[in-house]
Design a protein around this ligand. Structure first.
Ligand SMILES: C[S@@+](CC[C@H](N)C(=O)[O-])C[C@H]1O[C@@H](n2cnc3c(N)ncnc32)[C@H](O)[C@@H]1O
Length: 326
């Protein structure tokens, strides 16, 4: 039965009929691929069965959001919690499966919760050069009664070699200036605008300006662990160039492909749930008519709820209930 949704709910849904239509755009793989055959494609299949057929040296940026080590239902499939050793082996398996597909200049980002972070970091360090670990503060859920509420995730940043892309100027953050310090009457490192005082700052490895997708946001889907477009945009802008290939082996609702497309990159990915493959295709089609990314405008990432950003939203025709989530 179809879910009843609040009138302001902007969640992207997909009907059975649409699933049949959109899943036609996905490909199945049973023999070795050349790069052109996988560019801008979502492969419908089990990642571990697809890996042996991937071309060598074609990925510029690998974004991995694997199932965390929890009992979780993804559409008609279920991921079952394992013991730590088994989860490390699972991590080792996808890394070795995909390694030859990476270019020598590739960057790798891997999303984790606090528990899998401890396991994934160790395995990742055996194969790649770890550059950093980003902590994303994200609010979700009511909290635990006998433990601290989980309000963060990690994103490991690793590279294949010392030769890698990092476009720091493309991922600056526009923050409100708290102490408007002036020299000779002129703002020092900040700008006075009619909407307030702002400074563009270098991003740190602590990200507290990104919310999870909410039902009132136009990017939201019914995928249970969808990543925010703003978060993926920051990874892609920092660590790839236009036309580079962004690959995601557990692509879910297609966020990394959608954002790659919006930012002029090429993409490819794998997903074993047919409904999510179709959802990803639907989002990719929607991206053609709406390439905006909430929270990223004018080439900068905006602090949440800044006045200038709200005015920008108004001009873009975004409903007010969305602003709080940006
Ligand atoms: C954590 S979610 C990724 C969510 C994604 N980042 C997004 O924004 O929608 C992991 C996804 O991997 C898929 N998955 C799990 N195991 C898989 C496998 N062996 N092969 C392909 N897909 C798999 C699940 O169906 C799920 O959609």
């Amino acid at each position: 039965m179809e879910k009843q949704r609040a009138p302001r709910n902007r969640t992207i849904t997909i009907s059975e009929n649409e699933t049949d239509i959109y899943s036609e755009n996905c490909i199945s793989v049973s023999s070795p691929l050349i790069t052109e055959e996988i560019i801008n494609k979502i492969v419908y299949g089990d990642a571990f069965e697809v890996f042996p057929f991937l071309p060598e040296n074609f990925i510029d940026l690998l974004i991995v959001d694997p199932p965390y080590n929890l009992n979780k239902t993804f559409g008609n499939s279920a991921f079952t919690k394992m013991d730590d050793d088994a989860y490390q082996l699972f991590t080792e398996k996808w890394i070795t499966g995909i390694k030859s597909a990476l270019k020598s200049t590739a960057t790798i980002y891997v999303c984790c919760d606090w528990k899998t972070s401890m396991l994934i970091g160790g395995v990742l360090g055996k194969h790649f050069n770890i550059q950093n670990r980003i902590t994303w503060q994200r609010e979700k859920g009511r909290g635990a009664t006998r433990n601290w509420k989980n309000a963060m995730e990690d994103i490991w940043f690793a590279t294949v070699s010392k030769d890698f892309v990092f476009n720091v100027d493309d991922v600056k953050m526009r923050r409100r200036v708290v102490a408007p310090y002036k020299i000779d009457g002129k703002p020092k490192d900040w700008a006075e605008t009619e909407n307030g005082n702002f400074r563009d700052t270098f991003p740190s490895n602590f990200w507290d300006d990104i919310s999870i997708p909410y039902w009132s946001m136009p990017e939201n889907t019914d995928h249970p662990t969808q990543k925010p477009e703003k978060l993926i945009a920051r990874l892609i802008l920092a660590s790839s160039k236009e036309q580079d290939i962004v690959f995601d082996p557990f692509i879910g609702s297609g966020t990394s492909a959608v954002v790659a497309k919006k930012l002029g990159r090429r993409y490819a990915g794998i997903e074993y749930e047919r409904g999510y493959c179709a959802l990803a295709q639907k989002r990719l089609e929607m991206a053609m008519s709406n390439p905006t990314i909430q929270g990223y405008t004018d080439g900068v990432f905006w602090e949440r709820n800044t006045l200038a950003f709200q005015q920008k939203n108004q001009r873009l025709g975004m409903p007010e209930q969305c602003w709080i989530d940006w």
